[in-house]
Design a binder for this molecule. Structure first.
Ligand code: NAD
Length: 287
């Protein structure tokens, strides 16, 4: 079976590693932080338990079998044998650029690279690599095992062959790819970060509390989650980072980050992953 190298073992990396392993891939999961790697196995085991309870589609997942296919490493050179790389490090263009420059030394030219980013231009990342035609955006949605769609982003150089390979990779994970063109934030986050940010302004301005704002989206518009629940799920630090990318790239004040979001991040209120954001969560991230 093919091997997938997953870089970054945070919220997304762990979910993607589990999803690939559950669909038969061997996975090498790489993170630069020793404490992230030390806790990854236990967290992934708990995630499997949680997802099995949440969805019929993953009720057959077996933690031992899935974790048996995931190898953890802090060494990017261990990714050299992978057929696909899925990169999920922090939403910081400089950090991603530094990583891709270092990957040039260790990855074979022919490897296909899926960049999982909320907002950063795929074209900009692809230009750092010797085969930009083999680089594509694959914006997995959180929580990955439960969400069917993947936003697939064609960069300026992405070839038709790489696009077809990404569609086939998505299908092998029982996901539905939706192909769009490259522009910061793509479709999903260019829209969603506007409403999450504006919802934070509504809380800051005292117009309504998080419960009321989310209830209007759920009971009024029929959305499964409100904007502040969504921000908590993503991680408020990642939301702030993504708004910075959108603001810098478009130079448009509509993307200016709500000060309340920055204040919450400074206070360590990151949403589900820290147990407290706009809402309060039990250990393990459930409401
Ligand atoms: P996270 O902060 O939970 O995890 C990032 C991980 O990357 C951390 O474990 C960190 O130690 C690791 N890391 C940082 N630099 C590294 C390096 N040079 N090499 C190896 N590991 C490194 O972030 P996340 O929420 O998982 O997001 C990851 C990416 O996916 C971001 O670009 C984000 O915008 C995107 N994304 C996030 C969501 C979401 O809902 N959280 C959804 C879709 C896409």
């Amino acid at each position: 079976m093919a091997t997938v190298g997953v870089i970054g073992a945070g919220v997304m990396g762990k979910d993607i590693a589990l999803t690939c392993a559950a669909h038969g891939y061997d996975v090498v999961l790489c993170d630069s932080e020793p404490e992230v790697l030390a806790s990854a196995n236990g967290q992934m085991r708990r995630l499997v338990r949680k997802y099995r309870m949440m969805s019929e589609a993953v009720s057959g997942w077996r933690a031992d079998e899935i974790l048996g296919r995931i190898r953890l490493t802090d060494t990017p050179a261990d990714l050299a044998g992978a057929d696909w790389i899925v990169e999920n490090i922090v939403e910081d263009a400089d950090a991603k650029e530094q990583l891709y420059r270092s990957l040039r030394e260790v990855l074979p030219e022919g490897v296909r690279i899926a960049v999982n980013t909320s907002c950063i231009s795929i074209t900009r990342i692809a230009a750092l690599l010797p085969r930009p035609d083999r680089v594509i955006g694959m914006h997995f949605m959180n929580p990955v095992p439960l969400i069917e769609g993947i936003e697939v982003i064609r960069g300026h150089h992405t070839s038709d062959e790489t696009t077809r390979a990404a569609e086939a990779f998505a299908a092998s994970l029982t996901k539905r790819p939706i192909v769009v063109n490259d522009m910061p934030g793509f479709v999903s986050n260019r829209l969603s970060h506007l409403f999450m940010n504006e919802a934070a302004f509504l809380v800051q301005d005292g117009v309504a509390g998080p419960e009321e704002i989310d209830a209007i989206f759920k009971l009024g518009y029929g959305h499964k989650m409100g904007p502040l629940e969504t921000a908590d799920l993503i991680g408020l630090d990642t939301v702030v980072d993504s708004l910075k990318v959108l603001y810098d790239e478009f130079q448009d004040p509509k993307f200016r980050c709500c000060p309340l979001l920055k204040k919450m991040v400074a206070a360590g209120l990151l949403g589900r992953k820290s147990g407290q954001g706009f809402h309060t969560y039990a250990a393990g991230g459930s409401l």
